[in-house]
Design a protein around this ligand. Sequence first.
Ligand code: CTP
Ligand code: CA
Length: 226
Amino acid sequence: IAAQFQLGSLAGRHVVITAGPTREAIDPVRYLTNRSSGKMGYALAEAALDAGAQVTLVSGPVNLSPPPKVRLVAVESALEMHAATLAAAESADVVIGAAAVADYRPQVAAQDKLKKHAGEPMQLTLVENPDIIADVAALPGLRFVVGFAAETQHLEEYAQAKLKLKRLHAIIANNVADGGVFEQDENEVTVFSRDGGTVSFARRGKKQLARGLIQWIAAALAEKPC
Ligand code: CTP
Ligand code: CA
């Protein structure tokens, strides 16, 4: 694969990648979050750089160092990620949504630490976060927009539905049924594209997989100019 990897296939392109989880504040000391190591997004950033792109990585909190030469925009909440990604997407040729964005946030983030009321149930009201990748796909202008679909069941059906609903060019579907993806170094995915194409990437290290996916995106971009 390394030998097949086309250096320079994304030369002159700006690639924006969202990565990692978001944190939705409940109060100053607590938050809601998603399981995500950020490894896939960071590996995609590295592969896009290797392919010659200028890369903006909009990242939630992770324990990874960004690849050298990447423009890192560190964010915490989904609202912050939304603003940073839409701003970066203006000049992007490719946007990849690899982040595990929290679908909901607490309606209010308490100013002070919430106190425990012993013996009583606790209720939080959650409101929906904006859909970052769908909003990117709805921006005026041409860019190749790719999402991920992490599913525990009905992988193809749900992934295809997200592809259409969010008006993406392609969706990278992975099966998270056994929790076998999070924190791990390996992954296997299937890419469904808007034109009806399906490509499967067999189980391999996330770095190798990222190179394969970036190569596929570069080829798709070369075919239909965005
Ligand atoms: N995504 C996003 N903003 C959100 C939620 C999701 O940009 N607020 C992106 C993810 O980064 C991913 C894709 O949308 O690229 C699909 O995310 P996923 O959580 O699988 O789908 P949802 O549309 O949120 O649906 P559900 O969680 O109900 O399966
Ligand atoms: Ca979701």
